[in-house]
Design a protein. Structure first.
Lengths: 849, 428
């Protein structure tokens, strides 16, 4: 028997998932009759066919071309009952596991693709509201201020890039949050705008002075009370609750006063502070507090020495301002020659009076004595680091005043009572133009903003006070919050030169176009490919291209997954906040280094360098040049397994379940990122597998077990084997040759004896080429062989991020063209970015209707 | 093929059409005005993940007094005769096992709506507030947690506006405390100036919007409409603020909570504040998107919530998952204690004047069928209490449950989201 609809389409179908006709962008996804026909005929149509339509369902007339959500829902039902094992019923012939697996895999992928296809909107970029990062850098451009993310409403709703306008919604809460944030920005800006720049000063804290005085007071007080007790004073006289408490007081003498005495007797306790229970109860020590000028930077400095010969894991300090981490340092000084640690800190708008503090870098979720035991530190007492002379020096100002300061100085900065209103208006209008990315505000708008200024003045508020609301209002207006682009007046349907410049600037730097770029734009020079190339290269080499690593790459590499993974730090003491923050930065620095040097995308698979700090060098067992707490690009030894995103802790740890490595998650990530095929979400309602085993299982065996069901295997058999390629890296991204296996789920101490070591097997296969690999090296080579898929994945990502919209079927041609040129350029990233920017798609304006 | 799946298609299709209509047309309230005295209140708690299948869900129907409580529900023993669990409900809008709570109170088909990558619709609390939230300072309050990694999926709370936009939840107990009890020191004159200025600001930004809009493409103009809508909404809020400006906020029943607290302390403080908010009649509708990871951390669980939800992989996980269930039910039991002990400003017992629902889209693991649904509290009129009710049909729409709860507590809601009717089985 054959199906009417099927035969109709069979001729048109050559490959599964090919579009029906290229001319129709949102055309159907076609199911493969070769996969489905026999299956339906053998197992379904008897009950759901022309004769019987059990459950009001007829499958022979169901179209294999999924061109509407109705058809998609029908097929979804078929998939659901197959996944649940509800159909075919027990008393009917059942498909073999392989048959079932093939049909499930095909339906799952086709439906997932058709869902995307059906949600397409025709390539228009919906008006983009700037995201947190863009807001932050835009404010920096306007005011010269660094603002913390928490000041702004959160971004995260959708799964796509944070630039995609369609996914960014706006509610009254957003308006209120934006208005509040803007108020605090302009409040501070107006407070500082006419403050003279202060002289740089040095503020020093000799931490031992106050700490030791406190200890001595405590000891003296205890001694005094002990003497009185000896002399027969009662608990009442001493202000102690009762006799029992009094006895406790005497008993605790040695632990409390004695511990402090011994601390003070330690060599060098009189010259600096040991991070210790006795020295500072919080194990941290800080610099003096300084009233931070938000326009300026400061130098932070301290000296430190190692105490009691600690193991390397206890050599590190975390450096913070309030809750904000500003770096990690490795202490390698001695008491005779302490190491000097310095960094430059740029103040935040919200800092106020503050300083820095340092504390040992270690997991907070484990008690100190427990931790010290686990590190193997043979220490008499709890310290590993001694700190002295904590200094803040500054402020240091940028060479040029901010546009806001300049504007102020040119207008109301020179008070002129006669012309106050005119001056204020000029100030506000100039600010509007800058904030609105050089679009002219409407007259009516200008009047309304100015009326608010007047209203405030009439209510006896000062000039500065009266400017707060008008300025905050400008920063909450649509022309600031949205990247507006006029519909083109000409036939060519491309955005104007200035809009093009802003598209480029927001793409590469997450901020408005600077004067150089704007000037080139207004003089029409951007249509000259040589000029455009020079501009783009200049921007990519500039430190501001960090925004591309922060925005595009973090999302492409799914670093949010890494942020969200919980590692049991009590069990894995090698993991802590320092590793977490540094590993995230490492991934971003890797990409930024590629961008700054126009390197090939294959560096993501394997590179001969990595960008790390001291702490990660220790984590990876790599040498590190003596260059302070900064991230440094270091060459990798030839035999190092590091290199590429694949060798980073960020990627490897997000490919874990928090307890052990997870080839399943790694495989899914690898398939999506490096082979450009996104695995569909897990089907709902498939019953969980129960894995209980009496014999110890390796991760590999656990993963294999989990594919015993066709419902799981239909997708997992394609990507799980990929994940094995990285199995030599454990859940913290550290290299291993052996894996410890224990009985699943037995926690008692006896099971320790049953634990044994088995060698890691890193062999697997590529799902698309079906080529196999034996180890990490072959795995990397296999990925490099298929680099065109990585290029495509990055290209689609960059285009979506840069245009602020989802990539649709209609974009495939443009992507083909860009990828082709990129391949000719050895897949070098800056060449690729230039191809994207110079492609007509990047300049295309929205359709007017 | 089973009947219920056929229903789902029909319902989702119908749902999409209905949701495309403006608000008032898509939701049909009955004509009769609800009698608002004495006030009735709603609390909806969403817990994100599901529960341990084998030990949480009762297997037989009947009064808990007869069938007993499962190990997972055991901490609710002292409320045994007040809680009801309903089985065989499914949120037909939730189709992605990793989709979280996004559609828990909306029932929308979040990722399967043609022409849209992401779609949501109004949540139940916002609908209820139109009816019972008009006589209080705040029509609704949405609570959430700072940790966005609690398996709740996209969204900022359980609440979504009538345009399907996320409503940010209050994430810090201190903020909620201020909102409820913070006394502003503003004089009447200052307030008048502030509100007048605020209105001018809104007029101003709308002027920018209108002049910019003329030059934009159709898609962009549509996007800007969201902004305009939100400004209109703020204008309404200002009107409400004016209305309430002469009514002082209630006195705080306890001291201001600390700024920094761990997950468990924050949850307990939120529970206290929920009770206080109802007691003082500051609001009558609250949603709470409950945290989980921060609570597990406070209780020194070594595993995260996601690992616990796949508890079959390892017996240690199974044990932890059962402990997690019991811990959350114990916290819920504490909350019910507080409700029972409290009398509101109208002299009513708070438990008797509130309908409290607790649940999630997920039953267990990736299972979306038969989601956990517990209700309690006296505001439910004739709703049965102290039972496990097994509905006769699998995959009964969760929206039918919401409509039933609303109706029984006197809100004349006839249809909501993908609802197809009411659940007579719950009424006795």
């Amino acid at each position: 028997m054959n199906f009417k609809i099927t035969t109709l389409f069979a001729a048109a179908v050559t490959l599964a998932l090919q579009p029906l006709a290229a001319a129709e962008p949102s055309s159907a996804i076609n199911l493969d009759p070769k996969i489905l026909n026999g299956f339906l005929e053998n197992y379904c149509v008897q009950c759901h066919g022309p004769e019987k339509q059990k459950g009001e369902t007829q499958l022979d007339t169901l179209s294999l071309a999924i061109d509407s959500s109705d058809t998609a829902l029908h097929w979804q039902e078929v998939l659901d009952v197959l996944n649940l094992g509800e159909m075919p019923p027990d008393d009917e012939p059942a498909p073999s596991p392989d048959e079932l697996k093939q049909v499930l895999a095909h339906l799952t992928e086709a439906l997932s693709e058709s869902k995307k296809r059906l949600s397409e909107s025709g390539g228009d970029t919906a008006l983009r509201r700037i995201n947190r990062r863009e807001y932050k850098y835009t404010i920096d451009e306007l005011f010269g201020f660094q603002i913390p993310d928490e000041l702004l409403p959160p971004d995260d709703i959708a799964e796509g890039y944070d630039t995609v306008g369609h996914d960014k919604q706006f509610s009254s809460y957003h308006f209120n949050d934006y208005f509040k944030a803007a108020k605090s920005i302009v409040d501070t800006a107006l407070k500082w705008v006419d403050q003279p720049r202060s002289e740089s000063k040095l503020h020093t804290n000799e931490p031992e002075k106050r700490a030791n005085q406190g200890l001595e007071r405590y000891i003296a007080d205890y001694d005094k009370k002990m003497a009185r007790i000896k002399a027969g004073a009662s608990h009442d006289e001493l202000g102690i609750d009762d006799e029992k408490q009094l006895q406790m007081f005497v008993k605790r003498y040695d632990g409390r006063a004695g511990g402090r005495k011994r601390y003070l007797q330690r060599p060098y306790a009189d010259q600096g502070l040991f991070l210790s229970d006795a020295g500072s109860s919080s194990h941290k020590v800080g610099s003096p507090g300084v009233n931070m000028d938000p326009r300026a930077s400061y130098k932070f400095r301290f000296v430190a020495a190692l105490a009691q010969d600690p193991p390397p894991i206890r050599h590190f300090l975390k450096w913070r301002v309030g809750d904000r981490s500003i770096g990690y340092v490795k202490v390698d000084g001695s008491f005779e020659t302490p190491s000097v640690h310095e960094l430059e800190y740029r103040a935040f708008l919200t800092d106020g009076r503050t300083g820095f503090h340092v504390t040992e870098n270690r997991s907070d979720s484990i008690r100190l004595n427990h931790y010290i035991g686990k590190t193997g530190h043979k220490a008499e007492w709890d310290s590993s680091i001694w700190v002295d002379r904590l200094e803040v020096e500054g402020p240091y100002y940028p060479r040029n005043p901010s546009p806001f300061e300049t504007n102020y100085q040119r207008t109301i900065g020179k008070p002129d009572l006669e012309n106050e209103e005119q001056q204020a208006k000029r100030f506000l209008v100039t600010f509007m133009r800058e904030a609105f990315r050089h679009r002219d505000p409407a007259t009516e708008y200008v009047d309304r903003v100015f009326q608010i200024y007047q209203l405030n003045r009439k209510n006896n508020r000062s000039i500065k006070e009266s400017l707060v609301t008008p300025l905050a209002m400008i920063l909450s207006s649509p022309s600031f919050l949205y990247l507006m682009e006029d519909t083109p007046s000409t036939e060519d349907q491309i955005v104007s030169e200035t809009e093009f410049a802003n598209r480029i600037a927001y793409f590469l730097w997450s901020r408005p176009a600077n004067s150089d770029l704007l000037q080139a734009a207004t003089q029409g020079e951007l249509s000259d490919p040589a000029v455009l190339r020079r501009m783009v290269d200049g921007m990519l080499e500039h430190p501001n291209s960090w925004a591309l690593a922060e925005g595009f790459f973090s999302h492409w590499a799914d670093l949010k997954r890494f942020d969200e993974i919980a590692i049991n730090e009590a069990e894995h003491i090698g993991f802590n906040n320092g590793i977490r923050e540094s590993a995230r930065l490492e991934a971003q620095h890797l990409f930024h280094a590629m961008v700054k040097e126009n390197r090939s995308l294959t560096d993501l698979i394997d590179s001969d360098f990595t960008v790390i700090n001291d702490l990660l060098a220790f984590h990876y067992g790599l040498d590190f040049p003596d260059q302070g707490s900064e991230f440094v690009k270091v060459p990798l030894p030839a035999d190092s397994p590091r290199g590429g995103l694949l060798g980073t802790t960020a990627f490897l740890t997000m490919g874990s379940n928090g307890e052990r490595s997870s080839p399943i998650i790694r495989g899914a990530l690898l398939m999506e990122k490096f082979l450009h095929r996104e695995p569909p979400p897990p089907p709902p309602n498939v019953p969980e597998l129960a894995l209980a085993s009496d014999k110890p299982l390796s991760v590999r065996e656990i993963v294999d077990l989990h594919r015993q069901k066709a419902q799981c295997a239909s997708c997992h058999s394609s990507f799980d084997p990929l994940g094995f390629g990285l199995e030599n890296f454990d859940l913290l991204g550290q290299w291993r040759e052996m894996e410890t296996v224990g009985n699943v789920g037995k926690k008692d101490s006896k099971s320790k004896t049953k634990k044994n070591q088995v060698p890691i097997r890193a062999e697997g296969a590529f799902p698309n080429t079906e080529k196999s690999f034996k180890n990490l090296k072959e795995f990397r080579a296999g990925l490099i062989e298929q680099r065109h898929l990585l290029t495509r994945s990055i290209t689609e990502g960059l285009l979506s991020y840069g245009l602020g919209r989802h990539i649709e079927f209609a974009d495939q041609q443009a992507i083909d063209e860009i990828c082709k040129t990129a391949a000719g350029n050895n897949d070098r990233i800056c060449d690729l970015i230039f191809e994207i920017i110079s492609h007509p798609t990047f300049r295309k304006a929205d359709k007017p209707e | 093929m089973s009947i219920h799946l056929h229903n789902r298609r029909a319902i989702l299709k119908a749902g999409c059409t209905a949701l495309a209509l403006p608000f008032m047309e898509s939701l049909s309230f009955g004509k009769a005005a609800a009698a608002v005295v004495p006030p009735k209140r709603f609390l909806m708690i969403g817990c994100g993940y599901g529960f341990t299948k084998e030990t949480f869900f009762p297997t037989e129907a009947g009064r808990f007094a007869d069938i007993g409580l499962t190990p997972g529900l055991k901490p609710l023993e002292r409320h045994r005769d007040d809680i009801t669990m309903v089985s065989n409900l499914t949120n037909l809008g939730a189709t992605n096992a990793h989709g979280g709570s996004t559609s828990y109170l909306t029932g929308a088909n979040v990722t399967g709506t043609p022409g849209k990558r992401f779609h949501n619709s109004i949540s139940l609390d916002q609908v209820l507030a139109r009816e019972i939230g008009q006589d209080t300072r705040y029509p609704t309050i949405a609570l959430s947690d700072k940790d966005t990694n609690d398996g709740h999926g996209p969204g900022l709370s359980l609440s979504w506006s009538d345009k399907g936009q996320p409503i940010p939840g209050i994430t810090s107990p201190v903020d909620l405390y201020h909102q409820l009890f913070g006394q502003d020191k503003e004089s009447a004159e200052e307030r008048e100036f502030r509100l007048a200025e605020r209105r001018s600001v809104l007029d101003g930004v709308v002027a920018d919007l209108k002049s910019s809009r003329k030059k934009l493409s159709k898609t962009d103009q549509d996007k800007l409409e969201e902004y305009l809508q939100s400004i209109r909404q703020i204008e309404q809020t200002i009107s409400r603020e004016v209305e309430w400006s002469n009514t002082p906020k209630p006195k705080a029943p306890f001291k201001q909570p600390k700024d920094a607290m761990d997950g468990l302390a924050a949850l307990k403080t939120f529970q206290k504040l929920i009770v206080a908010a109802f007691q003082t009649d500051s609001t009558r509708v609250i949603t709470y998107r409950q945290p989980i990871n921060s609570i597990l951390k406070s209780k020194e669980f070594s595993l995260g919530a996601h690992s616990l939800s796949h508890y079959n992989l390892d017996p240690r996980r199974g044990e932890a998952s059962r402990q997690k269930d019991a811990m959350f039910m114990a916290l819920f039991a504490d909350l019910l204690d507080m409700f029972k002990k409290t009398v509101d400003i109208h002299g009513q017992n708070l438990f008797e004047s509130t309908l409290i629902s607790y649940g999630s889209n997920l039953r267990t693991g990736h299972g979306l069928k038969g989601c956990p649904a517990i209700y309690t509290g006296g505001a439910g009129g004739n709703l049965k209490r102290g039972e496990h009710i097994a509905l006769p049909e699998e995959d009964t729409p969760l929206a039918n449950y919401w409509v039933t709860l609303a109706q029984q507590s006197g809100v004349p809601l006839e249809q909501f989201s993908h609802s197809t009717g009411t659940l007579g089985e719950l009424v006795g």
